[in-house]
Design a protein around this ligand. Structure first.
Ligand code: NAD
Ligand code: ZN
Length: 353
């Protein structure tokens, strides 16, 4: 078992990482909330796999459980599903003394978390993430949101959970494509902040990975928790988490969302940017080769045919852009990074092949 505290201005919460945790949630609830009535929000796939087990442990602790289920997929992170959830929470007579648990990937956490942030002006919630992306990234940090037709995550809030409970064993049922997607972010954490994680990933492979999830998740959550605690509202240091993301988002956008997963986009972004910063002398010689070897070891792509000119329009529309400047996250050597603001007019030289 590993526990990581996330110290915030107002309240501190903990991330608990433990194999087999799902079946022990009932015993933990009273440490976090006095609620006797809990709404569990999941997508249909996760509910079918794990919903009953969570209900059983909570019921055994004397808690009344209602399971609210929506169809899986990004399309559910929308206003219509949100309104449906509000109505279901109202019908279940959930009050501010009660609690929501989001059980699932980033979609459940973002959608269910936004419902928790806004229903009755906010009720407590606990995240139980079930994908690699959710366990190492989306469940920590307090960002909750839904998508609009105009773009992803355009309506949301900063709303911290009361606890994050991570059971690495739940990844046993996660399809390989989603494991690989999450590994893009895992490798990112190593490269920006944790050389030991990089070295361990270099020693493991896709087959041996499954016995190391607990330490991988703990390493990633430790970094995310520290960065988030220093910058809860994403205005400064938190930007280091965007290593590879500016080009990654452009790759996702250029090829049409769904062609490359987010993690694949990030992999391509880290690989391309590092090749350029290495050529410019901002990154030590040999780092690009080492990074690419690691990405490929975990089934991730390292490049796409798209040219700088083709990607540039998508960078200009990036919502993280501030005025005519963008901030690059540059890795001088694995395990360290620095923020480098550049003018948009200079961007092409950092995103080309
Ligand atoms: N809030 C944040 O800070 C943040 C950070 C990163 C990503 N996100 C968001 O997260 C979302 C992507 O997350 P995701 O990839 O987890 O998506 P997801 O929630 O759609 O999960 C992916 C798929 O895996 C299935 N699944 C989940 N857990 C499973 C398990 N243990 N076994 C088998 N199948 C399982 C789901 O049913 C779904 O079909 C995006 O909407 C993204 O915007 C948010
Ligand atoms: Zn990301």
């Amino acid at each position: 078992m590993k526990e990581i505290n996330v110290p915030l201005e107002k309240e501190t919460y903990s991330i608990r990482i433990e194999r087999g945790l799902l079946d022990r949630c009932g015993a933990l609830v009273s440490n976090v909330t006095a609620a006797r009535h809990i709404a569990v929000i999941s997508d249909a796939q996760v509910d079918a796999l794990y919903g009953q087990r969570l209900e059983n442990t909570l019921t055994a602790a004397g808690i009344h459980v209602v399971r609210l289920v929506f169809p899986q997929g990004e399309k559910s992170k929308c206003v219509d599903r949100l309104v449906q959830l509000y109505e279901q929470l109202a019908a279940a007579e959930i009050t501010r003394d009660d609690c929501i648990i989001t059980l699932g990937g980033g979609v459940s956490g973002d959608l269910g978390g936004f419902a928790a942030a806004t229903f009755l002006r906010g009720i407590p919630f606990i995240q139980i993430p079930t994908t690699v992306i959710a366990q190492v990234d989306s469940s920590v940090g307090g960002k909750v949101a839904i998508d609009l037709r105009s773009g992803k995550n355009l309506v949301g809030s900063f709303y911290q959970p009361s606890a994050v409970w991570i059971d690495p064993d739940l990844l046993q049922t996660l399809p390989q494509a989603f494991i690989r997607d999450g590994m893009g972010e895992v490798i990112k954490y190593g490269y920006i902040r944790d050389i030991r994680l990089v070295e361990r990933l270099e020693a493991w492979n896709e087959t041996t990975l499954s016995s190391h999830w607990e330490e991988i998740i703990a390493a990633c959550c430790t970094i995310k928790a520290a960065v988030v605690a220093a910058d809860t509202r994403d205005t400064g240091e938190r930007q280091i988490l965007n290593f590879g993301h500016t080009i990654g988002h452009a790759v996702e956008g250029f090829y049409g969302f769904g062609t490359y997963t987010h993690g694949q986009g990030v992999a391509i972004g880290m690989s391309r940017l590092t090749a350029r910063t290495e050529a410019a002398g901002m990154t030590e010689a040999g780092v690009t080769k080492r990074l690419r070897r690691l990405l490929q070891r975990y089934g991730l792509p390292i490049d796409v045919p798209a040219s700088a000119e083709e990607l540039l329009p998508f960078i200009k529309h990036d919502k993280k852009r501030r005025g005519q400047m963008i901030t690059l996250v540059v890795v001088p050597r694995p395990g360290t990074c620095r923020l480098v603001p550049i003018a948009l007019s200079e961007a092409a030289q950092y995103i080309g092949k």
